[in-house]
Ligand binder design. Structure first.
Ligand code: PLP
Length: 399
């Protein structure tokens, strides 16, 4: 029998999807399951987005579109990034894709040859390592533990960049930790980045609309504009507008990178569909009250989750300031027993929690931090406190 390509062996199914699937199966079998596992926003875009999609459908040309993205969509994205604080970008600096995930995959193909190094901090979004593996790059992972609030320090970055990786990939606000870098922290890291001119910088900042406590969203180019010539900003409609299934992602960066991503699109996807494009323009240019209200709601939920976790003896959790995740340290439970079942690590903790108390969380090892687990608090409101209580009951039963 002929063999599959080696790269397929390197591609692993997402650990997050695996736990979400397990939770779904248990639910289908009649169990009462609360899922804190998947990072999907719990809201829909406003009616104006559906109206734009319906209108587009009524005169859809049925044709292929632009590899880069329709001009009206690029213009809407330009206005969006200008409002965020990016200056001096034109359509030629932009490209679109089927979600930020596909944009990141295109960027990996565009910037990394086989054997090249890509540096990023752990905890990291699982897909980073998977994409690097698929393109045959070497991941250099910079461990950022809870003692440093899961944030990268300038000296760590400096040491990593001294190895001259081809790409440094950065994520702010963070999935899975919910941590957000302050203006000062971003400026300190930007000062390091300017000293290492051989490395491309990708900032995957798709949670930029979900920053709490008036901290604001900051990017390295705001602090050091000279980084513009090698920095690529990645954004998406998924989390900001409650549109993950519409699959719209963007990048803004140097012209040659935008051109390369566009060229790869012509082989991979050709273009975004017309109806999706119309919906995306409506989301970007229409009223922004839903994203604003959701940000306030998630900040309040963050407080609820932290207050509940603080009541669980042993569970430590730095205070997240964005996205919709918390990432508590659960290592106090390792070596204990739950109903005679040994909790030797994060995977055993999450499996026992799901099977006995019906709460699905993602083991931290999926994100490169096996001492923790990720709680995504986008579940229906009525499930939030009961789910947290179940976690407390589970921990109380450890011996
Ligand atoms: N980047 C991060 C940090 C994410 O958490 C996700 C999705 O969970 C993505 C990128 C992918 O987003 P999209 O839905 O636009 O592909």
């Amino acid at each position: 029998m002929p063999q599959l390509a080696k790269r397929v062996g390197r591609a692993k199914p997402s650990a997050i999807m695996l736990i979400a699937e397990k939770a779904k199966q248990l639910k289908a079998s009649g169990r009462d399951i609360i899922s804190f596992s998947i990072g999907v926003p719990n809201f829909l875009p406003g009616e104006h987005v559906y109206a734009a999609a319906r209108e587009a459908l009524s005169h859809d040309s049925g044709q292929y579109g632009s590899n880069r993205g329709a001009e009206a969509l690029l213009d809407a994205f330009l206005a969006h990034i200008e409002a965020l604080g990016f200056a001096g970008y034109g359509r030629e600096h932009l490209a679109t894709g089927v979600g930020a995930k596909q944009v990141l995959y295109n960027l990996a193909e565009a910037l990394l040859d086989e054997g090249d190094e890509i540096a990023f901090a752990a905890p990291f979004w699982t897909t980073y390592r998977d994409i690097a593996d698929i393109v045959g790059a070497r991941s250099h992972i910079l461990h950022c533990g809870q003692d440093q609030h899961y944030k990268l320090r300038p000296e760590q970055l400096d040491a990593a960049l001294a190895r001259r990786p081809k790409v440094f990939l950065f994520n702010n606000p963070s999935n899975p930790t919910g941590m957000v870098y302050t203006r000062e922290e971003i400026a300190a890291l930007a000062d390091v980045l300017v000293r290492h001119p051989d490395t491309w910088i990708i900032t995957d900042d798709i949670y930029n609309a979900l920053v709490f406590d008036d901290l604001g969203y900051h990017n390295f180019v705001f602090a050091r504009p000279e980084l513009k010539e090698r920095l690529i900003f990645v954004d998406s409609l998924s989390k900001t507008y409650g549109m993950p299934g519409w699959r719209v992602g963007f990048m803004a960066g140097p012209q040659e990178v935008a051109r390369a991503v566009t060229t790869l699109n012509s082989s991979h996807i050709t273009s975004l569909p017309e109806v999706v494009t119309a919906a995306a323009i409506a989301a970007l240019t229409g009223p922004q009250d839903i994203p604003r209200a959701k940000c306030a709601e998630f900040a309040a939920r963050r407080d609820t989750v932290l207050a509940a976790l603080a009541r669980i003896p042993g569970m430590q959790c730095p205070r997240p300031q964005g996205a919709f995740y918390v990432f508590p340290d659960i290592s106090f439970a390792f070596g204990k027993y739950h109903r005679e079942r040994s909790i030797e690590n994060d995977v055993a903790f999450c499996a026992a929690l799901l099977e006995t108390h019906g709460v699905a969380c993602v083991p931290g090892s999926a994100f490169g931090e096996p001492r923790a687990m990720r709680i995504s608090y986008t579940c229906p409101a009525a499930q939030l406190e009961p789910g947290l209580e179940r976690i407390r009951d589970f921990v109380a039963e450890l011996s």
